[in-house]
Write a protein that binds this ligand. Structure first.
Ligand code: ADP
Length: 583
């Protein structure tokens, strides 16, 4: 990534903003967008491109030569650029929901996408410089290993939806459930490597495997492998691939974007955590990154928290649809995770790590609920809550606030009550838990209980039927974590429905390659969940679309799948309920 590339991104964003027709917006909207951008440009120009601070940001300095002062300067500068850039993105998010003309919407989308690209680069620069300057802080806390993997896999699955790529996750069950170390750094490493794999594989597979390499009484050394069947890296480039600002080919940036910093960040983090990282790759075949990380063995929490959703998911989603939620969260992974989840439930999230922007946006737009990270730099969650609760507007003062926190002490609990926080969720939380908290706390919730009673009787009836499925082995594979199993079932259902839709379309178009790919893609998931009947049908569809291509036979197989799937789905849900009851 060269300075001219960053500059070209800035000019790109600027030209998109100048294309935008401010005149057609309300005066308020136009003024805010213009002000945000002007402040952003002023900061970039003054601090990055200004005379006094020549462009240390882009200097191709090897990490060890970067002095602390330089690193700190870059860290500060990047941080200051990030804040208004986040503001632009957030504001365009809100703008998109207002009444825009078609061409305005196109421009807003372009502004947003250019800003996101820039933000990604700035974030990497910030991270890199913080690591180089030794400013990065590493945690050592108890965390649930499967939850981290589940969240990363969830995000990656949302990224591959558009691609012909399958993701397989294989976690060795011997890994202790609770580890001691830095969960957010682990997810950052994994997201970086898996994000690259997704970027460089158009069609094929990505595997994440984790197994214990060495176990002692109090520690476990884990080996992670991220393997893909993507474009591969030329041999002569491999040895420099972890260097900063290095990309494999001169046209990589033009084709795939990126800053060339991701891998050097990954290496720095791993080495900081006393691990090692290696890469092997064959051009045109694929790439495998292998890394090790030591962790302390944690104590299993004595009682798992109850995370069941009181209402059926569809019903819950219908109640959450359109809910406008303001989220104060500074961790990037959590930001993406929460944004993705809230969006899939039909909510309208606005995420910010800047309390001032958040408070500002709360005054400008109507929100139904606030999710508040308690530990944030600059102003913590309690302080932000105090500002909200003492606001002059009654609507703002009374907005429900749910705190998000990784560790919740008795003092925190007291302070929550004192500042007027309505509820709290402990991180890491299961999706259903968040969903339930939103349902419990959103304003004006009245109908849930009455609606629930009818569906509950229906459910009990269904449960009386004989269950034909056994998920207990799989639960064991998930380290006994029911929520992970639930997530797998959710993904399983999503994939199966996607498969049903795709096959219908491919049959209509007599697209045998499409059929072949769709059935190949679903096979492993069907087998993993031990739904062997459906797996057999998928294998047959795969064979038939590859060899004899008999349309009548394919149609019959598809019809059989359609008949069998709902039975399997019901059995699976009953089995899940049974496991929940027994847990
Ligand atoms: P970038 O932000 O450019 O992706 P990285 O440091 O993450 O920076 O990666 C550096 C370069 O390594 C990439 O630009 C790409 O050329 C190559 N690379 C990384 N991961 C892969 C992969 N899984 N497959 C092929 N090439 C890869």
């Amino acid at each position: 990534m060269k300075s001219k590339d960053l500059l070209s991104h800035l000019s790109d964003l600027e030209s998109k903003l100048s294309d935008f027709s401010f005149e057609e917006l309300t005066t308020d909207e136009a003024a805010t967008l213009r002000k945000t951008f002007l402040s952003f440009r002023a900061q970039v120009e003054a601090q990055v491109f200004g005379e006094k601070t020549p462009i240390t940001l882009y200097k191709k300095t090897p990490a060890k030569e970067t002095s602390n002062t330089e690193g700190m300067l870059v860290a500060n500068v990047s941080h200051e650029i990030r804040t208004p850039l986040n503001g632009i993105i957030g504001f365009t998010d809100l703008l998109r929901e207002s009444k825009l003309t078609k061409s305005q919407l196109t421009h807003v989308n372009a502004i947003q996408s250019a800003s996101r690209t820039l933000l990604d680069i700035i974030n990497e620069l910030l991270e890199y410089s913080k690591l180089s300057a030794g400013l990065e802080q590493f945690e050592s806390v108890h965390f649930n290993f499967s939850s981290v993997i589940r969240d990363v896999a969830y995000l990656c699955n949302t990224l591959i939806l558009e691609k012909k790529v399958t993701l397989e996750v294989n976690i060795n069950p011997a890994i202790p459930e609770v580890l001691i170390g830095d969960p957010s750094k682990l997810s950052q490493i994994l997201l970086n490597l898996m994000g690259n794999a997704i970027k460089f594989v158009e069609q094929g597979e990505i595997h994440l495997r984790v197994a214990p390499l060495k176990t002692t009484e109090g520690e476990v050394l884990l080996e992670f492998e991220v393997a893909d069947t993507g474009i591969g890296i030329p041999e002569e480039k491999l040895e420099h691939i972890f260097d900063s600002f290095k990309q494999a080919e001169s046209d990589t940036f033009a084709k795939y974007g990126g800053s060339g910093l991701g891998l050097s960040i990954v290496k720095k983090i791993i080495e900081n955590l006393n691990g090692t990282v290696e890469v092997s790759s064959t051009l045109g075949v694929g790439t495998t990154f292998t890394f090790t990380l030591p962790y302390g063995k944690g104590k299993q929490s004595p009682k798992p928290r109850k995370k069941n959703l009181k209402a059926p998911e569809q019903e819950a989603k219908a109640q959450l649809k359109g809910l406008r939620i303001l989220v104060f969260e500074d961790n990037l992974l959590n930001q993406r995770l929460i944004e993705q989840r809230l969006k899939t439930w039909g909510c309208k999230p606005y995420i910010t790590d800047n309390p001032h922007y958040g408070l500002n946006i709360l005054e400008k737009s109507k929100f139904d609920l606030v999710l508040m990270d308690l530990r944030m730099p600059v102003m913590n969650g309690f302080e932000v809550t105090q500002k909200i609760r003492s606001h002059k507007s009654g609507a703002i003062r009374s907005i429900p606030i749910i705190a998000l926190t990784a560790d919740f002490t008795v003092r925190d609990k007291e302070q929550c009550a004192k500042t007027g926080i309505n509820d709290y969720i402990l991180k890491p939380y299961a999706p259903e838990e968040l969903m339930q908290k939103l349902l419990d706390n959103k304003k004006g919730i009245t109908t849930l209980n009455s609606k629930m009673s009818t569906s509950e009787t229906q459910e009990t009836k269904a449960e009386e039927q004989h269950s034909i499925m056994d998920l207990s082995d799989l639960l064991e594979d998930c380290g006994g974590e029911l929520e992970l199993l639930q997530e797998l079932v959710r993904l399983y259902k999503q994939n199966a429905l996607e498969f049903i839709g795709n096959v219908k379309l491919h049959l209509k178009n007599q697209d045998f390659e499409g059929l072949e790919f769709a059935s190949h893609k679903i096979k492993s998931g069907l087998a993993m969940m031990q739904t062997y009947g459906l797996h057999k049908i998928a294998v047959k569809i795969h064979q038939c679309s590859k060899t004899d291509r008999d349309m009548a036979k394919l149609q019959t197989l598809y019809d059989r799948f359609l008949e069998e799937y709902p039975i399997v789905e019901t059995a699976m849900e009953q089995e899940l309920k049974k496991l929940k009851r027994n847990s």
